[in-house]
Design a protein around this ligand. Structure first.
Ligand code: AKG
Length: 251
């Protein structure tokens, strides 16, 4: 029987190497990001740019890209809310090696039910050298795993969480290499991580989190905050969140 994109996504828990932004489009995004980086500094760009789609028009245009939203509707259905956006920017190692420990996204997001989907947009090329995303295929089917506090220095996650190393079969991991402008998508329960950037190049990715309107927030998220979701496509008949206006028009 013919396997659809949706079947593959639910089977593996992720998709990789999807062409969304043309070379010209992503070059334009890089230029905007370079300016933002010059303005706010590398320290902030690392993991401090949360929900910048509310202030930065180029980020809004990235997260509402029509090809991206078409893809997310294929995977999630007609009604689509943008839960949040977050840049993960790893610079070539200076002193501390920054990495992202093995984790599942929805563990500390306070969502009920714990369901969300992330599109990871490669702003820069992302590869083995500069610390691309790594995933354990199929791990989303095993439910929530216990997380503990990481003992290693340099974990970029908000509360230094990790799934203990002895629970991970590294040999099963798949590297999600991407060219700038390509996208991977992962399910909120998929176990994933990323290694330090041991290249001389920046590795910037924009994570775009999506939920269906039926999801509610039952606890504060790991930043001790309420989410501010925005309806992007379809309808929100549940009204679990206050209605949030679009900060800029959708192109
Ligand atoms: O960009 C990375 O290295 C990690 C991103 C991540 O953990 C996530 O999308 O949840």
């Amino acid at each position: 029987m013919h396997q659809t994109t949706e079947d593959t996504y639910w089977e593996q828990g992720f998709l990789n190497g999807i062409d969304i932004f043309s070379k010209d489009e992503i070059n334009e995004c890089q230029k905007h990001f370079d300016k933002l980086e010059a303005r706010v500094g590398r320290e902030t760009c690392q993991v401090g740019l949360i929900n910048s789609h509310f202030q930065e028009q180029f980020v809004w245009e990235m997260v509402t890209n029509s090809k991206l939203l078409d893809l997310m509707q294929t995977l999630m259905g007609e009604d689509l809310m943008l839960l949040g956006s977050h840049f993960f920017c790893k610079y070539p190692v200076e002193s501390t090696e920054h990495f992202v420990a093995w984790h599942q996204d929805v563990t500390y997001w306070g969502l009920k039910p714990p369901e969300a989907h992330t599109a990871w947009i490669a702003v820069d090329d992302s590869d083995l050298e500069n610390g691309c995303m790594r995933v354990i295929p199929g791990s989303h089917k095993m439910g929530l795993s216990p997380h503990s506090e990481s003992e290693a220095e340099g974990n970029l996650l908000s509360i230094n969480q990790e799934i203990p190393q002895d629970q991970i079969r590294e040999e099963d991991a798949q590297d999600l290499c991407l060219k700038a402008g390509q996208v991977s998508v992962h399910e909120g329960l998929l176990v994933h991580s990323s290694s330090p950037n041991r290249s001389t190049r920046r590795r910037c990715g924009l994570t775009v989190r999506f939920v269906k309107p039926e999801i509610r927030q039952s606890e504060l998220n790991s930043h001790q905050a309420h989410w501010s979701p925005v309806l992007l496509r379809g309808q929100d008949t549940f009204r679990h969140f206050p209605e949030k206006a679009h900060p800029f028009p959708i192109q």
